[in-house]
Design a protein around this ligand. Sequence first.
Ligand code: URP
Ligand code: ZN
Ligand code: ZN
Ligand code: ZN
Length: 510
Amino acid sequence: SNQFCDAGIGYRESTCGISPSSSSSKLLIKGGTVVNAHQQEIADVYVEDGVIVAVKPNIKVGDDVTLLDATGKYIMPGGIDPHTHLAMEFMGTETIDDFFSGQAAALAGGTTMHIDFVIPVNGSLVAGFEAYERKAKKSCMDYGFHMAITKWDESVSREMEIMVNEKGINSFKFFMAYKGSLMINDELLLQGLKRCKSLGALAMVHAENGDAVFEGQKRMIELGITGPEGHALSRPAVLEGEATARAIRLARFVNTPLYVVHVMSIDAMEEIAKARKSGQKVIGEPVVSGLVLDDSGLWDPDFITAAKYVMSPPIRESGHDKALQAALSTGVLQLVGTDHCVFNSTQKAFGIDDFRKIPNGVNGIEERMHLVWDTMVESGQISVTDYVRITSTECARIFNLYPRKGAILAGSDADIIIFNPNSSFEIRASSHHSRTDTNVFDGRKGKGKVEVTIAGGRVVWQDDELKVVPGSGKYIEMPPFSYLFNGIDKADAKYLSSLQAPVGRFNSAS
Ligand code: URP
Ligand code: ZN
Ligand code: ZN
Ligand code: ZN
């Protein structure tokens, strides 16, 4: 139902809380199969004060403990969505899910943490961070921040250090597209990559050639193609492949790890595959829309229906989806995000006469866990342990949160889902928990269901009811120098020593 607790339709945030009887600070989940990325076993899970205390068979507890029966079900780490845009000002408007509604939707779908992108204010990272701190005050689940870099000068470089060393940010996103707003050039990207490397922060790229996209858009408008299909036609996969290749090569030149967000095409995926094969540390993140949809929706004769599919890079022709799934199942791509960035029909209608004005973005924060299960596990492409890896554990490792997040282990945060593989899900715009009025996955059904979500040790989703508390979510600081930085210094030393020979040829040693 489209309801928070029993408060009725809409957002009765102040009336929405946990009734004392429905929750205690002690929980025992009995009889399920505990799944981690490295193994699965039948065990009980005991939780106290938001932390997992024990994972083993036949745990005995007193009667002050809330019992949850998970017999025949999987007990898994809550999902971590590495890519969301809640309450983001973008394309002249603001995404309609904020840090409460977007997170409530996430929890209803089994995701218990997300990492959102802070956009600087007038180029100031500190001001941007403070603005997002305010937006996130109403959070009902844990969250972290990436930071976008949209211009370059001494102060940005200094502020990056403040973000990493004082504010808990360990990743920076560079937009190679959105000419005239967020786009950066190669010179900035190079400076940014160098700075990221020195700080132990992960560089992330939105990889599309923004200058060529701008040309492509002009081309479409000149041809009289102004509808949503013009969006896809103006920025073909070759432009995503080009920018992905360029970012990868620049990261190789600097020798720093690279994370490619929203990999939407075979073209981009193959560049990542090639780089990884050569030993380069490149991470590729497909998003749910790219894994399960094709571009046919963009051609729908109804503008609002077509416009809801507009995101960048675009959802591609049929075939890219299956190739991205295969890449995910074989480890060429490592984790799944959503790029949840929702605008309602009124906002999408800003572009009724010109696709360039349709706010870019689709939903997914609530649907990711179900759709990845159905598309990847039910189809036989990956194991249940791999499911945990690509929806939670690998994200925790990349952003240096493991094993606090991404694991069902003693000492980990109690962010847990109980998943019933024998039940089923159905996605409806009319019943989803996002504030938007459309859903790009509307009508999809599949096997498996998140029956219980536990966030920070509290049962927040059970019996199709949300019990969420604004302000209960915590900001999670992410330390720099994740595992991706292991060995970077050794490779640099080797490179420098290889330069000794050319140095000696013409420069006298003394
Ligand atoms: O269309 C999209 N992807 N909107 C969100 C901003 C971005 O590029 O991630
Ligand atoms: Zn309520
Ligand atoms: Zn992007
Ligand atoms: Zn995004």
